[in-house]
Design a protein around this ligand. Structure first.
Ligand SMILES: *Cc1c(COP(=O)(O)O)cnc(C)c1O
Length: 380
């Protein structure tokens, strides 16, 4: 029997959590403090605890979190910000919004995380050209697995570069047994509904251990306010997290640990049953993924497209993250120096993401595995 699997099942998650979410939302409706109400601070405390950081600042989105962190670094014209070419557009757009220049870096062919070797080459090229000042490296924990933080920390310190962590896909993941959230000067989170910890709209947070930076981010998210509300100390934005989003996220955070375990169990089931010809995600050493995305790798575009069509017919939706690397996108190509980034350029044709949300039943997972094996059987 053909079933229809959901790629993301927010209605099922809502049915499971309805009572606790409703209670939280009703409390906000009763006190009516819709902007920076008490739930925001409660969530900030819980996020800081969960991520092992001293401070968490609730903000309007993961994109705004990155924007404010780069505003805090005073990124502007003439500044180079290094980031992987194989990531979501938000990581790069904030650099250009501030007048800085994104310098795209290639990724590791196995883990898809930023390549330190390419990063070294790209820094050397920027230094040789002599037009930009190298300032910041944004490490992205792609698909929920950690970037090579040990290497990034050591190397950026040596090169006098500031390290920022885009943790939009990886909140909840661990690295050397500790949750991600304090590998860089500042860590940004996203609560977009499809992220592992998703709200009912846009939202995000910034984590940091630095007291002065935390104060700066509080100011930036409220129009650059000073010690009093109508003292404008700097240029900021309207970058606050809504109270209603914080309320929903508090209810979701209660079950987040269990959901992460469920995602990991599904990933292990997929890994164990993956037929020949399909490469399961290569795990980053000393880590547990948050499994925002479970990405398999095919040998070429023809195979990938064939598997995607086969799964679609079987009622199994899939997605392609990301079909085109950023430096090849029309918006970014004019800002790219023309360097070839062969891994990032090749991955888009070969990757395929399978459903991995916590509402998948064991039967659903077996059904998806059976479909993968039927396709592989036909290829043999
Ligand atoms: C989702 C995402 C963002 C942006 O988060 P929003 O909350 O949607 O603004 C930034 N970086 C990465 C890697 C993401 O996946």
């Amino acid at each position: 029997m053909t079933r229809q699997i959901a790629f993301l099942d927010l209605p099922a998650q809502q049915a499971r959590l309805k009572g606790s979410i409703q209670k939280r939302v009703d409390a906000v409706m009763a006190h009516c403090r819709f902007v920076l109400g008490p739930e925001v601070q409660e969530l900030e405390q819980r996020l800081a605890e969960f991520g092992g950081a001293k401070h968490a600042i609730g903000v309007s989105s993961g994109t705004d979190a990155l924007l404010m962190v780069l505003m805090g670094e005073e990124i502007g014209p003439g500044d180079a910000v290094f980031l992987p070419a194989f990531t979501y557009t938000a990581t790069a757009e904030v650099v250009l919004l501030l007048g800085g220049t994104p310098v795209f870096v290639d990724v590791d062919p196995q883990t898809f995380q930023i390549s330190l070797e390419s990063l070294k080459e790209r820094l050397e090229a920027v230094r040789q050209a002599g037009e930009l000042e190298p300032r910041v490296v944004i490490g992205v924990d792609l698909f929920g697995q950690p970037a090579p933080w040990d290497e990034l920390k050591a190397w950026t310190a040596q090169q006098d570069l500031t390290l920022v962590a885009d943790c939009a896909q990886s909140f909840g993941a661990t690295y050397h047994g500790r949750r991600l959230g304090h590998e860089a000067k500042a860590t940004t989170l996203s609560f977009f509904p499809s992220k592992p910890l998703g709200g009912y709209g846009d939202g995000g947070a910034i984590l940091t251990d630095d007291d002065d930076l935390a104060a700066l981010y509080h100011s930036l998210r409220t129009h650059g306010e000073g010690r009093t509300r109508y003292e404008v100390e700097r240029i900021g934005i309207n970058g606050r997290l809504d109270t209603l989003q914080a309320a929903v996220l508090l209810a979701k955070l209660d079950v987040f640990g269990d959901e992460l375990k469920r995602r990991d169990a599904i990933a292990s089931a997929y890994d164990a049953a993956m037929p020949e010809g399909i490469v399961p995600p290569v795990r980053v050493a000393n880590s547990e993924s948050a499994w925002a995305i479970y990405t398999i790798l095919l040998s070429d575009a023809g195979k990938r497209d064939s598997l995607q069509a086969f799964l679609k017919d079987a009622g199994v939706p899939t997605a392609i993250y990301y079909p085109k690397p950023l430096h090849r996108q029309p918006a970014y190509a004019p800002h790219h120096d023309g360097a070839s980034l062969p891994v990032a350029e090749g991955l888009g044709a070969r990757v395929l993401a399978l459903p991995i949300h916590p509402e998948l039943t064991d039967d659903d997972v077996s059904y998806i595995i059976a479909a993968l094996n039927r396709w592989a059987g036909e290829q043999a």
